[in-house]
Design a protein around this ligand. Sequence first.
Ligand code: ADP
Ligand code: ADP
Ligand code: ZN
Length: 215
Amino acid sequence: MNIILLGPPGAGKGTQARRLVEEHGMVQLSTGDMLRAAKTSGTEMGNKVAEVMARGDLVTDDIVIGLISEQLDGEAGQHGLIFDGFPRTLAQADALGKLLDEKGKTLDSVVEMKVDDDALVDRISGRFTCSKCGEVYHDTTKPTAKEGVCDVCGSTEFTRRADDNPDSVRVRLMAYYRSTAPLIGYYHAKGKLVSVDGLGEIDTVAADIKQGLGL
Ligand code: ADP
Ligand code: ADP
Ligand code: ZN
């Protein structure tokens, strides 16, 4: 099964993607994670995207389409895929449709995660991630069981994203409403859209997604 997790920044896409990976052996393709990896690689592309991401704007379509295309050609292409944070524009959605067609794959469902803006700002402000395994935590809604120690891998190193600040969040929300929200109508028209309330507890949202996908 190949799915898209669609929702504003902080909606819980990464958190739910990791659940699906653990419980259903799917593969998470996060363009945000790929871009952050490119950013630290010191390549020309990495330097170009760093500034755009810090501001909260979208990087160009050809860069992210290129990254996804590489993944589909590689090992990831053999598994059930979760597109997390991609597509974010209509041009990316069209490109994804073409890429999947070329590889004889189908898009099964697009899960829209609905969360209101106030909750998004709270979620993004409290987000931190294990530097070693990537587990996503939150200061109040999902703290580590033992302070300063990752529940999953035991690491004591965590990172907070430089773009998780109020200025960047405002720009990211605007980019979402302007460029990404139109994809809700696009996939609804294709009969692929499943909408879930993203405001509940992590377990409740996970159960709603599974039900929506028939898992
Ligand atoms: P969030 O967790 O806020 O949804 P991501 O980790 O998905 O954020 O993305 C972080 C940043 O990377 C975005 O603000 C944007 O600059 C860039 N980015 C990620 N995915 C895309 C994409 N599909 N198209 C354009 N830019 C992207
Ligand atoms: P996205 O990938 O959509 O940007 P994340 O999965 O990184 O979102 O989640 C953003 C923040 O909100 C993280 O700190 C995460 O721990 C927290 N979070 C995710 N889902 C929920 C939820 N259902 N309830 C409360 N907090 C959540
Ligand atoms: Zn960890």
